[in-house]
Design a protein around this ligand. Sequence first.
Ligand code: KG4
Ligand code: ZN
Length: 383
Amino acid sequence: MPDAYILGMESSCDETAAAVVRSGEQIVSNVVFSQIATHQPYGGVVPELASREHLRAIVPVVRKALADAGQTYQSVDALAVTQGPGLAGALLVGISYAKALAFALNKPLVAVNHLEGHIHAVLLEERQKGNHEINFPLLALVVSGGHTHLYLGQQRQAGWTYRNIGHTRDDAAGEAFDKVAKLLGLGYPGGPIIDKLAAYGNPNAVNFPPSQIKHRDRRTKGEPVEAASQLRFDFSYSGIKTAVLRYVETHHMQAEIQTRRRALAQVVRPTLDDYLTHTDSQTLDLVASFQQAMVEDLVGKTLAAARASDVATLFVTGGVAANNQLRQTFEREAAMQGLPVYFPSRPLSTDNAAMIAAAAYPKFLAREFAAEDFSAEAGMALR
Ligand code: KG4
Ligand code: ZN
C-alpha cells in the first residue's frame, strides 16, 4: 500500500485547524488557530463569532498546513473534514470550504465524526511511536467541553465500530471546569487555569459529597436490573457546579471574585503569576477540591465501566484529558487494575485536525467518501 497523505480540516467549535497526516500514523503538519482571545471577554464560546472567525482563518490555516508539510493542494491524496458534533454554523464553514476544495481539485472527501477524531488522536500517536499492539476490546473516555462519553470500540477489517455505554446527563466535564472558573472570576477557558491553580490549594479543604455529582438512576422502580452487556455508566456535573456556587454564597466570596474578575480583565494574557497574585487561599482550596472531586468521579466511573466490560485497553482523550491530576490518577489506578491506559499528548488532547485526518484514513482505504449532499450534523452520534 503506497503512502496516503490526507489533509484534515476541523472547525466544530473555537479552533480552526488543518493538518496533513501520512497513512493515519505520521503527523506531517498540524496547525491550530485558537479563537480564545475572541471569546474570552464573553466567558465562553459565542457561536456566531466562532463562525466568522473560522471564515477568516480557514484559508490561511489550510495553506500553512500544506506549506509546513511540503505538500500542495494537488499533491495530497484526499481531504477530510469534521461533519459533527459541534456548533452548526462553525461546522458549515469547514464543510463548505472542504467541499469546494474537493470539487475544484477532484479529490475524494471523507466526512469524520469529531468524537471518532478524539479517539484516533490516541491511535495516531501510538502508531507514530511504533506501538501497533493495541488490544481489544477498547474503552474510550472522550472528555471535553461538549462531551463526557464512554465508547466501546472495535476494529472490524479496515473500519471501526463504537457502542456508547455512558454519557453525561447534563453538563460535560469540561463545561463544569469552564463554568466554575467563570463563576470564580478566573476567565475562560477554565480547564487549563484550574489545572494550574489546583496545585496551590488543599484538595481536601472542601468536601463535595458524591450526592452532588451523582445522577438519578435511569431505571424506574420494578424494572429488572440491566444485564452486564446493557450496563450504563452515566455522568452528571451540573450538581457540583451548583455546589461551588452555594459555597461561594455561604462563604461571602462574591466581592473578592468581582475584584479578581476586574483585575484579570486588565491583563491581556494573564500568566500563572497573575492568577496567583489575584487568587486568595480560600479560592485555591475550593478550586483544588473541585478538581479532585471531578477527577475521582471521572476515574471511578470509567474504571468501573472498564471492569464491567472486561476491556483490554483504556483510552482517555478530549480537552479535559490534558488535565494533570486526571492523567496521574488514571495512570495510578488503571495500573492497579493491570489495565493499560493511553492519552494523547497535550497538543493532541484539545481540538486539532491531525486527529480528523487520522480517523479518515481507514475510511479512505475503504473508499467511504462523503456524499455530495452531506451537511453539518450538530448532534451527530458515534456508532
Ligand atoms: O476537546 P476540546 O478542545 O473541545 C471540545 O471538543 O469541547 O476541549 C475543550 C475543553 C474545555 O472545556 C477546556 O476547559 C477543557 O477542555 N480543558 C481542560 C484542560 N485543558 C482543556 N480541562 C481540564 N484541565 C485541562 N488542563
Ligand atoms: Zn473536541
